[in-house]
Design a protein around this ligand. Structure first.
Ligand SMILES: [Zn+2]
Length: 702
């Protein structure tokens, strides 16, 4: 890997922050260089620090440790993201014999000199105890490949030379920091310290030399590994296996099954669903065919920290039955096996460690599937993605480690202690989840004003949203309205033609491959045509029926197998119309097709109740678009409506506002709020209609 330090880049950054100490800007610069390299640190990983003397408000010199806060990304770190800690006080902890983890956490909070949103990592002590001005810490793959071997001490010495020490793995905290500092004191010519099964620490008096030492060490490790494994195949294919890829459909069905099987109620009685990340790079597919695939999945994480993201073991699936039902039964058995093994691991190690802990959910996070690829699970997109990043790196590293010698993971008890560390438990119990967290919604007719309003409200409630529409340019328009307000990975655009059943099935499969499955279906695609029965061309009626009625039917029908495979209930919310109860003249095609869709929804409520799937209808009246996006429907019928009532657009809006009891303009976000209410399972309601029309007596449901 290239040493990408450029003094002119550092200088340019210093210019950008004229009010910030140059040392801290240099600290920011090399931290970003390290963070940008996934072979050094994965998202959220790594740490970096700087020691600096600054004047406090009294004009006294104060020694400060600037250290990355927990959860901050090195790749995008800002000078302000470094926590300023009271270094003189922290240094005194070197004399302390013992401290409870919770008290250590308090003490670290007390040391914060500037208010900050993030909290100091417990590894701040390690940075404080080393004497160097700059300290860098990464979990480089190549270092872990060398430490996770029977003869790691010699391997590291051969690879990195005598000025790099290897210390055995210990839990992060006071004693690890004391050991590292004591080792350095005895060997002051060290240029780096490796902690087995954990990572590497480099240091220096300036940012460049600490960074350069990191790159040098990792490059030496890489070169050493490359020399040793040259000519050895990394993934020995199993005999008799062809690499023909399973269909894209199977990849989707697999995701739906594992998502459903691993969903579970948490201690508060809430159904926790997963997001799924699916990857099928040639490298992963190759690994899935390796004869070592099973042992790779069973052998334990590269570092105990990874176990908190991926669990310590992965599930390996070595064949996919042709029958979908058989696949479900097989996956149930495999997950059940994993769960039993996890209970055993929890019981054994909680006894040994005598920690008073609450068992975490026992479900796997990583599946490697022969011929399909890698699936990872997380309670949100970031978690699933991070688990995929980690397991992808882990699989690559384990293949190299296997070729190098024999891969030895950190012990189960180290993984357990990391997984059940008090800090982690606190983070978990602090979770406040939005009502639709990890649920996946698909909205047809997503390229219009109502689609935007529904998507916005569902996203705000924690759901991931797939916007589907036949018109891709309108989808882009809606997306550009949403993308800056919601995290990356929460919105997907999947075009589909609702009049074609196969197109809907394909869209659902694509949804499952990208997100994992479907929980909330919102049939919303609709068109209208204004004409009296006398003048209405029969094929115009066909067109309107194809979208409004058959489209709703297709959208519900295609979701049923997905609901069945997941087995985690679900919601269908049909966007019906005020016209179903209170039709208007010259609006027969629309009103009749919507009435048909409404009736289909009621039938679905009857048929899907055994699956726990609720089907409800929202009946809006006259939702106009706004400056963000127009309503496709009103683009079509507005001019006719204005003409027939002799009004301009503003007048038409006023007309609709004035005809309801509450004298309000019905907005897309109102429809979105109704969808969220029905999707939230707050009331045991199915087969019901919820008017969102300001109150129109003629359209009261009955
Ligand atoms: Zn560390």
């Amino acid at each position: 890997m290239e040493n990408v330090y450029k003094e002119d880049h550092a200088k340019a950054l210093i210019k950008l922050y004229p009010d910030i100490a140059e040392e801290l800007v240099r600290r920011t610069y090399t931290s970003r260089l390290i963070g940008a390299n996934p072979n050094l640190v994965l998202p959220g990983g790594g740490n970096a620090s700087l020691k600096l003397k600054q004047k406090n408000v009294l004009g006294e010199d104060q020694e400060i440790l600037f250290v990355k806060g927990s959860g901050v990304e090195l790749a995008t770190i800002e000078p302000a993201d470094f926590l300023a800690l009271d270094l003189a006080y922290l240094r005194k902890f070197r004399r302390l014999e013992k401290i409870e983890p919770a008290e250590m956490e308090n003490q670290l909070q007390i040391c914060i000199l500037h208010p900050s949103a993030s909290i100091p990592s417990v590894e701040s002590l390690l940075h404080a105890f080393l004497p160097h001005r700059y300290v860098d810490h990464t979990q480089a793959d190549s270092i872990l490949i060398l430490t996770n071997q029977p003869d790691s001490r010699n391997l590291i010495r051969d690879a990195l030379g005598p000025r790099v020490a290897v210390l055995p793995y210990t839990l992060p905290g006071l004693s690890r920091a004391q050991e590292v500092a004591a080792h350095y004191d005895k060997n002051p010519d060290l240029k780096a310290i490796v902690i087995a099964n954990h990572g590497i620490i480099t240091f220096g008096e300036d940012a460049q030399s600490s960074y350069t030492r990191m790159i040098d060490c990792v490059n030496r490790a890489n070169a050493f590994i490359a020399r040793r494994i040259r000519g050895k195949p990394l993934a020995t294919p199993q005999a008799g296996v062809t690499s023909s890829l399973r269909s894209k459909t199977m990849a989707a069905i697999f995701a739906q099954f594992i998502r459903g099987i691993c969903a579970h109620e948490n201690p508060a009685g809430r159904l926790c669903r997963f997001r799924v990340e699916f990857r099928n790079t040639p490298e992963l597919l190759n690994a899935s065919f390796s004869k070592d695939a099973l042992s790779m999945c069973a052998s334990g994480a590269l570092t105990p920290g990874h176990a908190t993201r991926t669990k310590n073991k992965y599930v390996y699936i070595d064949s996919i039955p042709d029958q979908v039902e058989a696949l479900g039964a097989m996956l149930n058995r495999e997950v059940d096996k994993f769960v039993k093994e996890y209970h055993r691991y929890y019981q054994e190690h909680s006894k040994i460690s005598s920690l008073d802990r609450q068992e975490l959910d026992p479900y796997p996070r990583v599946f490697l599937v022969k011929g399909l690829g890698l699936y990872t699970l997380g309670f949100c997109h970031q978690e699933a993605k991070l688990a995929a990043d980690i397991s992808e790196h882990t699989i690559r590293a384990k293949l190299q480690a296997g070729a190098l010698g024999r891969y030895i993971p950190a012990s189960d008890s180290h993984a357990f202690n990391m997984e059940y560390w008090s800090h982690r438990q606190k983070k978990i119990s602090d979770r406040h989840l939005p009502p639709l967290q990890s649920q996946i919604a698909i909205i047809t007719g997503g390229g219009g004003a109502i689609g935007l309003g529904i998507a916005d409200r569902l996203l705000a409630s924690g759901a991931a949203v797939v916007l589907s529409d036949i018109d891709e340019s309108r989808l882009q328009q809606v997306y550009s309205n949403l993308k800056n307000r919601y995290p990356e990975g929460e919105i997907e655009l999947i075009p589909c033609n609702v009049t074609d059943y196969h197109s809907v099935v394909a869209a659902y499969n694509e949804t499952s491959r990208r997100l994992g499955g479907i929980d909330i279906v919102v049939p919303n695609a609709g068109i209208a045509y204004v004409d009296t029965i006398e003048d209405l061309e029969p094929q115009k009626l066909d067109q309107v029926i194809a979208v409004n009625l058959k489209g709703t039917f297709n959208t519900i029908k295609a979701a049923i197998p997905v609901f069945r495979r997941q087995g985690t209930r679900g919601n269908v919310i049909v966007i019906s119309s005020k016209n179903v109860f209170d039709p208007g003249a010259a609006f027969g095609a629309y009103s009749a097709s919507k009435a048909g869709a409404h009736q289909i929804a009621k039938i679905a409520a009857l048929e899907l109740a055994p699956l726990g799937v609720r089907v409800n209808m929202v009946n809006p009246d006259a939702v106009f678009g706004d400056e963000k996006i127009s309503s496709k429907l009103w683009d079509l019928i507005g001019p006719d409506r204005m003409k027939s009532r002799g009004l301009d657009f503003k007048g038409l809006k006023a007309y609709y506002r004035n005809r309801n009891l509450l004298k309000v303009e019905v907005k897309a976000e109102h429809v979105g709020n109704a969808v969220v209410f029905l999707a939230s399972d707050l009331t045991p309601t199915t087969g019901a209609s919820l008017p969102v029309d300001g109150g129109i007596p003629a359209a009261f449901p009955r």
